[in-house]
Ligand binder design. Sequence first.
Ligand code: NDP
Length: 244
Amino acid sequence: MQKTVLITGASRGIGAETARQFARAGYQTAINYFKSEEAALALCAELRAEGFTVFPIQADVSDPEQAVRMVDTVLEKFCQLDILVCNAGIAQTKLLSDFTIEEWRRIFAVNVDGVFHCCRAVLPHFVHRKAGKILTVSSMWGQTGGSCEVPYSASKAAVIGFTKALAKEVGPSGITVNCVSPGVIQTEMNGNLTPRDLDALREETPLERIGTPADVAAALLFLASPAGDFFTGQVLAPNGGILI
Ligand code: NDP
């Protein structure tokens, strides 16, 4: 039977490329977006033209009710869900003392609460089936801490803790939970980096290049595949060696 994946934040960047790779690997793919409806619909049209089964679904993952509605809608559409990829995320760069409480809360609401809402929504289905894979997306800054990215780093560290704890909790129910923790990846999220910043990051990276969304998507696809079946609670880091 064809497997099914729900990818959050799949309208752009890493999520969009992950949707492409999963669809092309034969997964029925639900493409969640929040604001970028045009991009999400264009991606669906692109993949449908290639003959794949894809389904766009609008939801703000920071809203628990919208997360439940999204999962319910995907289950109605595909009858089954095999993989959840919690990719949606936001970042903001400035001194910690310049962050407002609202900005701090919004970063946690999307990056941490969003993962909680989506996992909580799929777990009854996964537990009932005694199967399912959850993939979270952290960041190298969640592992090592990034200057001027304190709220983002803290939220991504929380995602790693969440992944490890949930892996222990649901492993006996046949569910795996793993995290992919990318290094610097060329997407709109890094649009504020100057060419000089990118050169400096490239120089710091043993593999001497900036990562691509495809590098991250490949790691997610591997963990979702049968080859990833004995992994749980792990952090896989496509980062070119910038953090070892
Ligand atoms: P982009 O900014 O390119 O894309 C972010 C995606 O998240 C968009 O599809 C956006 O949807 C979606 N999104 C944002 N807020 C919400 C929300 N409330 N509900 C649902 N979807 C939402 O980011 P990247 O592709 O670069 O990042 C993807 C993930 O990878 C993030 O978790 C990020 O933290 C992580 N990451 C990125 C790295 C990088 O260098 N780029 C490095 C390490 C980790 P829409 O546009 O429809 O609103």
